[in-house]
Design a protein around this ligand. Structure first.
Ligand SMILES: Nc1nc2c(ncn2[C@@H]2O[C@H](COP(=O)(O)OP(=O)(O)OP(=O)(O)O)[C@@H](O)[C@H]2O)c(=O)[nH]1
Ligand SMILES: [Mg+2]
Length: 414
């Protein structure tokens, strides 16, 4: 039977419910069926890890900051590929010099005023310059033309020099010409003068001498230098996700970072690498690259070809992603290491971890212990789909990164 409550009675009941931590239905406000504390009173190890990851990382799905980020619009694979470009061929044509002029001064009662044709200005150089705010070569266009120098004029007017054209590139860009490295741009602000502008032509004033008081000669302008160069990013990301197609690499990148690569239940969903950034609370950032799937014979250009092995070469450490629902998942690891070593001997020996993915599937549970028994490296079981145990991966990623920064990476940190 419904009973009508007076205003003060209703307020008292609400206050009582808030103080006892109970809801209107009589249930405790924060009841939980599973205890997060062990018998000794400390949080269980899994809970400890989750707490550590929450306090360390801001891109993890459990983190409050990440939760409030509005859902991103799903972008097609074709559009996503434009975001990260790590290789470009460019044709550079420096500015040509301006024309020198042949002219004679003339004014009333001064018929033979002498030569006054000015020189042309020099053509503009093209410089490749490092800017730490630039993260990929996406904004680099195929052809650059430097500014031409201005032509000279009469009355001894000299032409203006063409201004310098800058091509801004990220830190770690390697400049190559016909496969040979010509510059390694590893520091912020570093410049490489790629092509010289042409010298301006000389006007007839330049040729005035005691022997020749009325020179008609001008020197021609020199065209700007031309070069075809290849720009390549040396380091693509700190960590690379390496695995067979459908292993769940893109799903994993989605789970640990704010990147949104396409995920689908068919092989070769990812056609180009995607880089996601795992952000930690101390403002440190670790770049993780989702690299398209590798198949057996990739080093012979099978599947999507060599180019992805080239991307792996440019990652400082590797995360091998295995599909644990497949029988004998350790064979995937052997095949992946074989392909990497065939491409570049020793590539599979980089600092690494093995990510045992799809642990939410029942057949995966049995494979985990067998995998741990056969693999010397650390095995991190996760479920990228459900976001389970990704905290352990994020913490390990940070350990690998700290090891890299303390080592040779300190000089080229970005
Ligand atoms: N059950 C389960 N399914 C998963 C998990 N991770 C990924 N998947 C599924 O596996 C399929 C492939 O996932 P992707 O993330 O696209 O795999 P990928 O390795 O990026 O594949 P490619 O881009 O083709 O190389 C999708 O249907 C995912 O939903 C997981 O942890 N558990
Ligand atoms: Mg993918």
């Amino acid at each position: 039977m419904l009973k009508t409550l007076s205003g003060s009675e209703c307020r008292n009941r609400l206050l009582q419910a808030l103080l006892t931590g109970r809801r209107h239905g009589g249930q405790p406000a924060c009841s939980s069926t599973v205890s997060t504390y062990s018998d000794s009173g400390f949080p269980k190890p899994a809970v400890q890890r989750r707490m550590a990851a929450r306090s360390l990382c801001t891109t993890h799905a459990l983190c409050g900051k990440a939760r409030v980020v509005p859902k991103k619009k799903v972008i097609s694979e074709k559009k996503l590929t434009r975001y990260f470009v790590d290789y470009r061929r460019v044709k550079l044509v420096a500015g040509s010099g301006g024309r020198g002029v042949c002219s004679f001064h003339s004014e009333p009662r001064k018929e033979w005023g002498g030569p006054d044709g000015g020189n042309g200005g020099d053509g503009g150089n093209i410089i490749i310059k490092v800017d730490r705010l630039i993260k990929s070569l996406a904004q680099v266009v195929p052809v650059y033309k430097g500014e031409d120098g201005q032509s000279g004029g009469s009355k001894n007017c000299y032409g203006r020099n063409g201004s310098i054209t800058y091509i801004l590139v990220p830190i770690g860009t390697v400049v190559k010409e016909q496969g040979t490295m010509v510059a390694d741009l590893a520091q912020n602000g570093q410049e490489y003068l790629a092509v010289f502008g042409g010298t301006g032509g000389k006007g007839n004033r330049f040729f005035l001498s005691n022997e020749n008081r009325a020179p008609m000669t001008t020197a021609p302008a020199i065209p700007g230098q031309e070069r075809s160069l290849q720009l390549e990013l040396r380091t693509m990301a700190h960590a690379g996700l390496v695995g067979f197609p459908n292993a769940g690499k893109s799903s994993l990148l989605r789970a640990i970072s704010n990147a949104r690569p396409a995920v689908a239940a068919y092989p070769f969903t990812t056609l180009n690498p995607h880089v996601g950034i795992v952000k930690y609370r101390d403002h440190e950032q670790v770049a993780v690259a989702d690299i398209p799937g590798i198949i057996r014979g990739a080093h012979l250009n099978r599947g999507l070809g060599f180019s992805f092995l080239r991307h792996i070469e440019r990652c400082r450490f590797l995360l091998f992603v295995l599909d644990m629902s497949c029988p004998e998942p350790w064979t995937q690891l052997d095949h992946l290491c074989y392909e990497l070593d065939q491409y570049e001997p020793g590539l599979s020996k980089r600092p690494q971890a093995v990510v045992a993915n799809k642990m939410d599937l029942p057949e995966a549970q049995g494979n985990l212990e067998a995998l741990r028994g056969r693999v010397a490296h650390r095995v991190i079981p996760v479920s990228a789909l459900k976001g389970q145990n990704t905290e352990e991966l994020i913490l390990h990623l940070r350990e690998l990164y700290d090891g890299y920064v303390q080592g040779d990476g300190a000089a080229t940190r970005w």
